[in-house]
Ligand binder design. Sequence first.
Ligand code: S3P
Length: 735
Amino acid sequence: MIGRLVVIGLGLIGGSFAKGVRESGVCREVVGVDLDPQSRQLAVELGVVDRCEEDLALACQGADVIQLAVPILAMEKLLALLARMDLGQAVLTDVGSAKGNVVRAAQEAFAGMPARFVPGHPIAGSEQSGVEASNAQLFRRHKVILTPLEQTDPDALDLVDRLWRELGADVEHMQVERHDEVLAATSHLPHLLAFGLVDSLAKRSENLDIFRYAAGGFRDFTRIAGSDPVMWHDIFLANREAVLRTLDTFRNDLDALRDAVDAGDGHQLLGVFTRARVAREHFGKILARRAYVDAMNSNDLIFLANPGGRLSGRIRVPGDKSISHRSIMLGSLAEGTTEVEGFLEGEDALATLQAFRDMGVVIEGPHHGRVTIHGVGLHGLKPAPGPIYLGNSGTSMRLLSGLLAAQSFDSTLTGDLSLSKRPMNRVANPLREMGAVIETAAEGRPPMVIRGGHKLKGLAYTLPMASAQVKSCLLLAGLYADGKTTVTEPAPTRDHTERMLRGFGYSVNVDGATASVESGGKLKATHIEVPADISSAAFFLVAASIAEGSELVLEHVGINPTRTGVIDILRLMGADIRLENQREVGGEPVADLHVRAAKLKGIEIPEELVPLAIDEFPVLFVAAACAEGRTVLRGAEELRVKESDRIQVMADGLLTLGVKCEPTPDGIIIDGGQIGGGEVHGHGDHRIAMAFSVASLRANAPIRIHDCANVATSFPNFLALCAQVGIRVAQEAQS
Ligand code: S3P
């Protein structure tokens, strides 16, 4: 609660601030000051302020907070006047769109920056202006940037911060210089361009025609040229240096575009346009708070799964994640244009796609699963402009690390909370043996900093664990290493990299458990058809098996023998799964999977099937919970280092649902029985969230699953397909 707030300058921003604070009830009295008598009168009539004063000194007497909301170029004069008054303990703050000049003016006027002056800038406004447009809600969910200095009094800062939050604003603190740079680029430059474009067109003799035929693009682009010219003239004068810097950078980029048009360089144009388009979409998500960056940390997306149900129908689950990743990687490194169909538009594969865009590859799409990659050849990648963010995707990070270790430039790979906990030494160590220079955080965790410019040499490596990611990473590094790179695996793992390299015309030698490549070859662009992902199909294989009376067909599913462990395990448990219409598409076998409900029984899972079903265990545990008798899994310690510790997390959830089970260091023992309802956690792991959704089919009460946002990493339309076939799971309405 404060006593008196004085707002100097009753325009849209000052008026809205005054009105908002007044209505919030945190201030006993709001006093307005304005040079214009009509504004003063209106401010009182409209309830913007309690009263107005013409005289500045009189108004400021006894003020607790003084908000300076005059045009930015008037700030200097106002500060000089205030400096001559006795302001007591009043806190000063302002709303100027540039901060450097306000701070300089204050320093001059007060002979040093007053500790109780908190510079600020609300990023809000409208085309309307004047006190009559005052709106107490104007700042709700808008950013307000405060730019305190070293000497700023923390109590004063806290008070101003709290006032803005009272109005519903998101307050951030930033350095003065950074504020001015950021705003020059994101606000001032676009306004300059809009004003400039409209003026440039309007000056031409044919302007009537131009405006008559102006399409939506012109209207959209130039909307902000309707803003207040005087205010904007002030801003450009006030933020001169930062605006000049950003304008010069833009001028260079514009020249490059001009050159591309001049030279008929469609590749360059497509590159700029596709990158811009995704960047725009990404910003849109960030602004709508939907970006995957924060999805896992702050949004608890809850799935509510209601008990019972019977599945029927024919569906096609989305494209294979492993193959989608590899299609982007190899397509980018190929010579020529690769067309991909059936690409998984999930966040993991999109992270890989974005990484290659960041490294200068022109990629069109994805659009309905179609992606066109304009390959740059094995030596055509360019350094990304900053760290490459890979979200939740371990596959992206591990495979990319091999590729990037051989480039001439440095790269940094980062990821979300879950990925940042995952072990990377399994790739970093053998890569180092090949001559790579890689830094990681403690215990080999991300971020990974990969130094470029180091020649790799071939390596004969025996994998300590059955991991297709490590194998693929080393084979990709091997494309660049001197001599031969040979990887031997302790048990068969998915071989999509080997198959796809061959599909791109690159020779890979496979001899039993050993795969090898030699450098010096080329990848030739090709056409890739991505089959539906058996790892996604697995949820429905289990669902239709456990829900009495179900019959379901899953179309066009990849049945690469290194991936079909889930079918083998379910069949051993008594499942009724038939493979129909078997065929080969682009080097990968596919089939339609026909599944009918069956009585399942517990089994000892053969250890050799573990790597062939490594991603399917969460839902296989659900099958085990529905089976008669005991299921025992051993030799699956790798499950502890997936997107979550899948042994522990599944055991916790199953126990909550009343299922008898016991985690062991390398597996789990599950006794089948009745599944109950309850609250379980997805732990940001897509497959955990989906597995518990499936469990509801045999539960006797609803299951609420927390932390499900990452389902979008591999299976963006999971809920829609569940609804289509009869699984009663939906996103719980957010309050
Ligand atoms: C993958 C390999 C597996 C799997 C992951 C995808 C791949 O990981 O769990 O989802 O595309 O190579 P590991 O190689 O670590 O077992």
